[in-house]
Write a protein that binds this ligand. Structure first.
Ligand code: NAD
Length: 453
């Protein structure tokens, strides 16, 4: 039996060993899922909807339990962790309405009638990263189950606890055995087996662009559909006519939330040159005001990085001669604490400007005019998210249309709502999750012609 030792990121102490799923156990789980899926899809739509509402209710009763696990396993601040557990409940509730609304089409044709059915795909393999372990899991499993599929889910090695607990809560809520199975383990073993196993008919992968490309190539061998949610280097574009106070006060939270370990982090702040100095004056106290501290403390706004390995990776972007404008504060002592850091690189091709750091490090750059701002925002292999700050509604719309990104907000930094689509342009991904259309990614359209002759 192989195990992974989990380490509390806030104090670097090992606190639990988790058994890793072997290849044989994955194959057994997939065989189990196959029979569970047949029974699940045969239930009435109303019964499937009710089962998902029961699951949501049990999650709601365990918000504190789930949040506490995320605090110790991932170092998320308790208030954020509670929000994440509540979000899982909300995603389940939202998609619990779907089974009874999976409405096909009736298409006018000659000689009969033509109807379409939205059929479940079968077994869906969901592969989850470590940065938002439970919310991202739910974006895959809730709509997949609603559409009549079974789910096998692999959490990230460092952060499996909330997903394992959600698997237990599903059973507690009465979901059938085998329908939703959480299989902790290595990406190269468990995740890769989802990709290569012929009975897993769809992959939902969230993680790095590098691994996402391998998963996509693996899926090609079986023409297996895949949804990819990958990296980002999103721009927060601040025009001279914006409410600079509001833009500057909220900018730290748009990048330092979850210690910058957020695929939507606005890790490039692009400021129109004429207001650059004023913006920096306003940004400094906002950055220094971010409360970095113990994840269990109700006042904490930012916790530690997830692991020593990740701490080293983020640190490499802030060498001794880094162009640091100013920094916030962070606890000293054990744990993977990284101080919020604001850089002003001289070059638009500096790695801190182009690469996803995935930590509390932001690069602030000036731009000359609207065209230059758009060009700079788009100068990235990624296109996940972003913000536009301006009081000019025409400009807000022009720039929103011009930025190559899946999720933009104007005079706001919010990216995620369970009721609206989420996903990336370019190398940030393929397909969309959440919102009313997510079911399309978990069903096959079947066309049936019935002759009236
Ligand atoms: P990662 O790519 O290292 O791992 C993601 C998952 O894939 C893990 O569960 C891992 O075990 C698994 N995996 C690794 N190798 C595999 C393989 N060969 N086959 C199948 N599965 C494999 O990513 P990470 O470091 O856990 O997460 C951080 C990355 O995730 C960042 O790039 C971030 O931007 C991205 N992310 C994207 C979104 C989004 O919605 N676009 C959301 C969150 C995170």
């Amino acid at each position: 039996m192989t195990t992974t030792t989990l380490v509390n990121p806030a104090d670097a102490t090992p606190f639990r060993d988790v058994e890793q799923t072997s290849l044989e156990q994955v194959d057994d789980a997939i065989a189990h899922a196959l029979s569970a899926q047949r029974a699940w899809r045969a239930l009435t739509p109303a019964a499937r909807g009710a089962a998902l509402r029961d699951f949501a209710k049990v999650v709601d009763e365990h918000i504190e339990d789930l949040a506490a696990l995320e605090v110790i396993n991932s170092g998320h601040p308790i208030t954020q962790a509670r929000w994440e557990a509540g979000h899982v409940r909300d995603v389940l509730t939202y998609y619990s309405a779907a089974p009874e609304r999976m409405i096909g089409k009736q298409i006018p044709v000659a000689g009969g009638i033509d109807v379409t059915f939205l059929e479940p795909i079968g077994i869906v393999g969901v592969i989850v990263p470590w940065n938002f372990p439970m919310t991202i899991a739910s974006w895959g499993f809730a709509p997949a189950l609603a559409a009549g599929n079974a789910v096998v889910l692999k959490p990230a090695e460092w952060t499996p606890l909330t997903a394992i607990r959600l698997g237990e809560l599903a059973l507690e809520a009465g979901l059938p055995e085998g329908l939703f199975q959480v299989l902790p383990g290595k990406g190269s073993v468990v995740g890769n087996r989802f990709v290569t196993h012929e009975d897993v008919r769809k992959i939902v992968f969230t993680g790095s662009t590098e691994v996402g490309k391998q998963v996509m190539a693996g899926c090609a061998a079986q023409v297996k559909p895949v949804t990819l949610e990958l990296g980002g280097k999103s721009a927060n574009v601040v025009f001279a006519d914006a409410d600079l106070e509001k833009a500057a006060a909220s900018a730290p939270y748009a990048v330092f939330e979850n210690a910058g370990q957020d695929c939507c982090a606005r890790s490039r702040i692009l400021v129109e040159r004429s207001v650059f100095d004023r913006f920096m004056e306003l940004l400094e106290p906002a950055v220094k005001g971010v409360v970095v501290g113990a994840p269990g403390d109700e006042a904490t706004e930012m916790g530690p990085l997830v692991s020593k390995t990740h701490f080293d990776s983020v640190s490499a972007f802030v060498p001794d001669d880094a162009p640091i404008a100013f920094r916030g504060s962070a606890p000293s002592g054990p744990g993977y604490w990284f101080t919020p850091t604001v850089l002003t690189p001289a070059s638009r091709t500096d790695p801190a400007v182009t690469e996803e750091i995935f930590g509390p490090v932001v690069a602030v750059l000036p731009f000359d005019d609207e065209a230059d701002g758009i060009e700079l925002a788009n100068a990235s292999i990624y296109g996940l998210s972003g913000s536009i700050w301006t009081r000019d509604i025409g400009r807000a719309l022009r720039v929103s249309r011009a930025i190559e990104s899946g999720n933009l907000s104007v005079n706001s930094n919010s990216s995620v709502r369970y009721s609206t689509p989420f996903g990336g342009f370019k190398q940030s991904g393929l397909g969309r999750e959440l919102g009313p259309d997510a079911l399309d990614a978990f069903t096959e359209t079947k066309n049936v012609f019935i002759s009236t002759d």
